[in-house]
Each structure stands twice: as structure tokens, then as C-alpha cells.
Design a protein around this ligand. Structure first.
Ligand SMILES: *[C@@H]1O[C@H](CO)[C@@H](O)[C@H](O)[C@H]1NC(C)=O
Ligand SMILES: *[C@@H]1O[C@H](CO)[C@@H](O)[C@H](O)[C@H]1NC(C)=O
Length: 201
């Protein structure tokens, strides 16, 4: 990977793309990337880097195409169109009979939604999937496994009240700190951050 692809091909490609898009613009786009767990941010840009390691190359490849491609949303639409034009092959081969899938329908709206509401800033619904463990699996184990739906809903209701109570207290604390001239920036006093890191409620 390092010698054949990263240093053999990608290195050239990065150079050519910098020449085509402008190094300063590429660096500016690197700086504008929102922070995310799975993306290493190069806050000083990537153009000035020399002797790039395999790890850095991998990190750069994660986002480089995204920041260089013009008209990403058109490309998204074009690719989707191409899929729709050709999807009947699965029917012809008797692999699948219809494409009545809500997720496929939703995919048509991604680009319009991004234009309406802005970029997703690396938002990923996998993060909320994590709550499935707290709110479904762990909750299930607190029940006696009979009438579990009712018990789970009851448990979640208590959970909601408790969190709301914490939120209200946090807002009160903020308000009184503001009155006394302090600003509410203490991270630990924010209920959500605190709760997200704790599963033992
Ligand atoms: C992509 O297609 C959708 C509808 O299919 C449309 O609403 C949207 O404006 C298109 N996006 C672009 C960038 O053309
Ligand atoms: C598509 O699926 C929905 C929900 O399962 C159903 O109500 C609808 O009749 C289906 N449409 C077609 C054309 O199969």
C-alpha cells in the first residue's frame, strides 16, 4: 500500500489536484472540515506536509476526494440516476422483483435536503445507534421479560423525566451564573455531555 499506492500513485495525484484546484484553496477546505471521530483534521492544511507517513496518507485519502470534487451534489444525483437506469438488471436476472424500498426513495432527497439545510458536517446516525444499547437492550434487562413493551416505555418515561430535570437544573445554574457575571462554559455542568458518557443511570 505505502510504496505502490500511497507514495506511488496517490502522492502524484495529490500534487496534480493541488495544481488544478490551488493549494491554498485545498488547505482552506481542510481547515473548514468539521471535527469528527473518524477524520483526522489537518488544521494547517496538507500542502505543507513533507515525508507523509502511511497513516497520514490514509487519513488524507478519507476526505481528499470530497474536498476536491466540484458539484458533489450533481455527482450524487448523476450516480443515483445511473443506478435507477440500470437497476432493472436485478429484475431481469430474477434476483429481485421490485424496488419498493423506502430507503431507496429517501436517497432521492439527500441532495435537495443538503441544499435546503446545509451540509451534514459528518453527522452519522451510527452515533444514535449506540443509544439502542442504553434504551433498548439495557432497558429490556430491567424488565421481568413479561409485558416488556409496557415496562420499557415506563422505564423510558422515568428516564426522560430525570433527564429533563437535570436539564432544567442546568439551565437554572446557568441563569444564576450569568446573573453573578460568570458564563456557563463548564463542560461538566452540561447535562447531555455528562450523560452521554455514562451508561449507568
Ligand atoms: C437532485 O435531484 C433532486 C430530485 O431528484 C432535486 O431535487 C435536486 O435539486 C437535484 N440536485 C441537484 C444538485 O441538481
Ligand atoms: C410498496 O410498499 C408499500 C408498503 O409496504 C405498500 O403499501 C405499497 O402497496 C407497495 N407498492 C407497490 C407498487 O408494490
Amino acid at each position: 500500500m505505502l510504496h505502490q499506492l500511497y507514495q506511488g500513485l496517490i502522492k502524484h495525484l495529490l500534487g496534480w489536484l493541488s495544481a488544478a484546484c490551488g493549494g491554498a484553496e485545498i488547505d482552506a477546505r481542510c481547515c473548514r472540515l468539521p471535527p469528527n471521530h473518524h477524520i483526522h483534521l489537518f488544521s494547517k492544511g496538507i500542502i505543507c506536509l513533507s515525508c507523509i507517513s502511511k497513516t497520514k496518507h490514509t487519513q488524507i485519502c478519507h476526505f481528499h476526494l470530497g474536498i476536491c470534487l466540484p458539484n458533489n451534489l450533481n455527482l450524487l444525483n448523476d450516480t443515483l440516476d445511473l443506478f435507477h437506469k440500470n437497476k432493472d438488471i436485478f429484475i431481469d436476472l430474477s434476483i429481485h422483483s421490485n424496488f419498493n424500498l423506502s430507503k431507496l426513495y429517501a436517497a432521492r432527497h439527500y441532495s435537495a435536503m443538503i441544499m435546503m439545510f446545509g451540509t451534514m458536517d459528518n453527522y452519522n446516525t451510527e452515533y444514535t445507534e449506540r443509544l439502542h444499547i442504553d434504551f433498548m437492550k439495557d432497558t429490556y434487562h430491567t424488565t421481568n421479560h413479561k409485558d416488556k413493551f409496557v415496562q420499557i416505555m415506563q422505564w423510558l418515561k422515568c428516564e426522560k423525566i430525570m433527564r429533563h430535570d437535570k436539564y432544567v437544573n442546568w439551565r437554572y445554574a446557568c441563569a444564576s451564573e450569568e446573573v453573578s457575571g460568570l458564563t456557563c462554559t463548564n463542560e461538566m455542568s452540561q447535562p447531555d455531555k455528562h450523560l452521554m458518557s455514562s451508561t449507568s443511570i
